[in-house]
Design a protein around this ligand. Structure first.
Ligand code: C5P
Length: 229
């Protein structure tokens, strides 16, 4: 299987199910995020799980006081997510509560969003660089019980060098020739894996190829697979 987590960013439940089926021979991790979850919720994910066997990356990017996050994690733990995201910036107490509430899954701390540029990040009042902030948040998150980290492929190599015991996941991945859209710091899947990512999250680069048939989408997955050989 490819070290790819396919982002099911759609409001259409049937389409999400089709994307899973069309790529299941090469991809076994699928990410459900806010676009899908806020419309179809718990039952929507159950339907996807009934239609196909896959590993769930539940990308809810939780961020609230520890007790509220604990309750939220308990509510979705029945879906058995392998990965469940929280914001690393929520702090160690929040991450500790989340980890305790998901003993059989991996609390995944999202560091600085890959859509940030250095300039935008500092204009928000952050005095340290994105890399430094990522390192600080990541170390604190892992100490508090996070088992996986999400960061830009540009931060993963330095982050890995800190020796944190974690799975490293990088979104912000584009194949040459793709549109950047709202992502600012992007790398190819091959370079992201070489830089130290265990998994890359890919959405539009693959799902944008869907045109009612899965031919182009499957071709793109093949292209990515060949590039990773
Ligand atoms: O379509 P694209 O490949 O840009 O999708 C990237 C996916 O990764 C989206 O679902 C987005 O929510 C997610 N993500 C991200 N940056 C982060 C964390 C998650 O782009 N730091």
């Amino acid at each position: 299987m490819l070290p790819v987590i396919l982002a099911l960013d759609t409001k259409d439940l049937d389409l999400a199910s089709k994307w899973i089926k069309s790529s299941a021979d090469q991809i076994d991790h699928f990410k459900v995020g806010l676009e899908f979850y806020l419309l179809h919720g718990f039952e929507g994910i159950k339907k996807l799980q009934q239609a196909a066997d896959f590993k769930l990356f539940l990308d809810l990017k939780l961020y609230d006081i520890p007790n509220t996050v604990k309750g939220a994690v308990e509510s979705v733990s029945v879906l058995n997510p392998k990965f469940l995201t929280v914001h690393a910036s929520g702090g160690p107490k929040m991450i500790q509560s989340a980890s305790k509430a998901l003993p059989n899954g991996l609390i995944t701390a999202v560091t600085v969003l890959t859509s940030f540029s250095e300039d935008e990040f500092s204009k928000l009042g952050n005095s340290q660089s994105i890399q430094q902030t990522t390192n600080n948040w990541a170390s604190s998150a892992v100490d508090a019980g996070a088992k996986a980290l999400v960061c830009s492929p540009f931060e993963v190599s330095q982050l890995r060098s800190l020796g944190l015991k974690s799975i490293f996941i990088t979104p912000g991945v584009r194949v040459e020739g793709d549109e950047l859209s709202d992502q600012v710091r992007v790398m190819t899947p091959k370079n992201a894996i070489s830089a130290g990512a265990d998994f890359v999250v890919i959405g539009r680069s693959i799902t944008g190829q869907w045109d009612g048939s899965d031919l182009k989408m499957r071709k793109k997955i093949e292209l990515i697979s060949n590039s990773l050989d």
